[in-house]
Design a binder for this molecule. Structure first.
Ligand code: UDP
Length: 318
């Protein structure tokens, strides 16, 4: 991309804020919007004197017009299971009306468009590792459906705006991602384990801990997304780290990194919690020349300072 005016929705979120940083570093101007339902302005506080960054607090489920933008990155949605189950209707609305509203902007200004989709489109997958051609195994009425089906609707909407209106769309299916700016209390496994280990509290494992996830460090993910945004690829592309861990192994890695002697406690497994998840990244490798570089241990080390500061802030408030 030459220097451009870029709209980022969900700009105050974990990934949205890292994306804003990367776009600004690439010489672009960025309009960031967020309704702050799960986003945090602290994630953007370092940009307060940046003249190429504009922030507006707004809800994208109502039609809006940011002016003539060249590119739209649609990253607005609650994303952790705890948050999207708490904000179920909001999650359905942002992944339907919100997506349509942002697609209308891309259509109006002939802007490029990239939508943040998710491995949750595969549900509790019966195909392993997950390839993009797999249609998924999603419970349409279960507790996760507010997120999964909204994201699947968004994919249909993105495909339709390309098919009917010729919008230059891109779809990334994001697998579990972590790093600094993950909300410390969002209930996700990496944030929970890091915070618990640093507080010296027991580490909570849901179920037997043998379910798997594959964790991608945020800088790798943003690199893949930027490559996809500049590519000619319009079908979904998985971006994630294929290094697969059981949750129990992951807890032990966190313990050893933090030097914690916290015990591990087992709690009930939430309904419809996927049994295993690992991206097949052959398409990203071939189409984008992309592979993740940061291993879990290294990524956790890179996140340690951030989570330590979160725990210290908690202590100072108490
Ligand atoms: N999990 C866990 N302990 C926690 C939080 C999560 O064992 O304190 C498990 C959760 O049940 C799931 C996995 O870790 O199997 C990943 O959960 P997360 O909420 O991070 O995201 P998901 O991949 O399920 O969307």
């Amino acid at each position: 991309m030459a220097e451009r005016l870029v709209l980022v929705t969900g700009a105050a979120g974990f990934l949205g804020s890292h994306l804003c940083d990367a776009l600004l570093a690439g010489g672009h101007q960025v309009v960031g919007v967020d309704n702050l339902s799960t986003g945090n302005l602290e994630n953007l506080s370092h940009l307060k004197d940046e003249p190429r960054f504009f922030f507006e607090q707004m809800d994208i489920t109502r039609a809006f017009d940011p002016g003539e933008v060249d590119y739209v990155f649609n990253f607005a949605s609650p994303a952790s299971p705890v948050d999207y189950m708490r904000l179920g209707i909001e999650t359905l609305l942002v992944g339907s009306a919100g997506t349509i509203n942002t697609l209308e902007i891309a259509k109006k200004y002939r802007a490029g468009y990239l939508h943040a989709s998710t491995s949750e489109c595969y549900g509790d997958p019966l195909v392993h590792p997950q390839v993009e051609s797999y249609w998924g195994n999603v419970n349409p009425i279960g507790p996760r459906s507010v997120y999964d089906e909204a994201k699947r609707f968004s994919e249909a909407a993105v495909a339709a705006y390309r098919r009917y209106h010729g919008v230059n769309t891109h779809l990334v299916r994001i697998f579990n991602t972590y790093g600094p700016r993950l909300q410390p209390h969002d209930g996700r496994v990496i944030s929970n384990l890091m915070m618990q280990a640093l507080r010296g509290e027991p580490l909570t494992i849901y179920g037997d801990g043998l379910q798997t996830r594959s964790f991608c460090y945020c800088s790798d993910l943003i690199d893949g997304i930027l490559r996809l945004s500049k590519s000619d690829e319009h079908d979904p592309v998985n971006i994630g780290n294929p290094d697969e861990w059981t949750i129990l192994e992951c807890a032990k890695e966190v313990q050893s990194l933090v030097g914690s002697r916290s015990e591990i406690v087992f709690e009930p497994l939430p309904q419809d919690d996927p049994t295993r998840r690992r991206p097949d990244i052959t398409r990203a490798q071939k189409l984008l020349g992309w592979s993740p570089k940061v291993a879990l241990r290294e990524g956790l080390e890179l996140s340690l300072e951030y989570f330590t500061a979160c725990v210290e802030r908690e202590k100072a408030r108490a």
